[in-house]
Design a binder for this molecule. Structure first.
Ligand code: ZN
Length: 135
């Protein structure tokens, strides 16, 4: 899930983490809910709207307690946010499209305000499916 998005003129930072209290050990398949540690992965994504995209992914390491399992700890898999080179998940894509639309709207708003002091309403973007997809 997406925790938040920070944007400035040059960078878009998307903070994300996995949902769920338990995750399955990749070795034995037994669910574990014991969090061993946490860390943040910073991933660079391809730019959107001329701005760099950085994904800050908070990843948990779980401890496998299954007797006889050789794996002591394992990092969770992030469902719904898969980061393959050159390919975004559809959920992330719609978020970035939403971010790009927002900045575009802000830019056109400034231009309209400079040209027309009053009486102008902002043009709404086409119906946004990003809001529906972000639960
Ligand atoms: Zn295990």
């Amino acid at each position: 899930m997406i925790d938040g998005i920070d944007t400035d003129d040059e960078t878009v930072v998307i903070r994300a983490r996995a949902q769920g209290l338990q995750t399955a050990c990749p070795s034995c398949g037994v669910l574990s809910g014991r969090v061993h540690s946490r860390y943040v992965r910073r991933l660079a994504d391809s730019p959107v709207g001329g701005r760099r995209v950085v994904i800050e992914l908070r990843v948990r390491r779980f401890r496998c307690r299954e007797h006889g399992c050789t794996r002591a700890t394992f990092a969770e898999q992030i469902n719904g946010l898969t980061f393959h080179y050159g390919r975004r998940s559809s959920g992330l894509q719609s978020i970035l499209r939403h971010v790009a639309l927002s900045s575009f709207r802000t830019a056109t708003g400034r231009v309209a305000a400079a040209a027309e002091p009053a009486g102008q309403t902002a043009v709404e973007p086409p119906s946004s499916d990003a809001a529906e997809e972000a639960h």
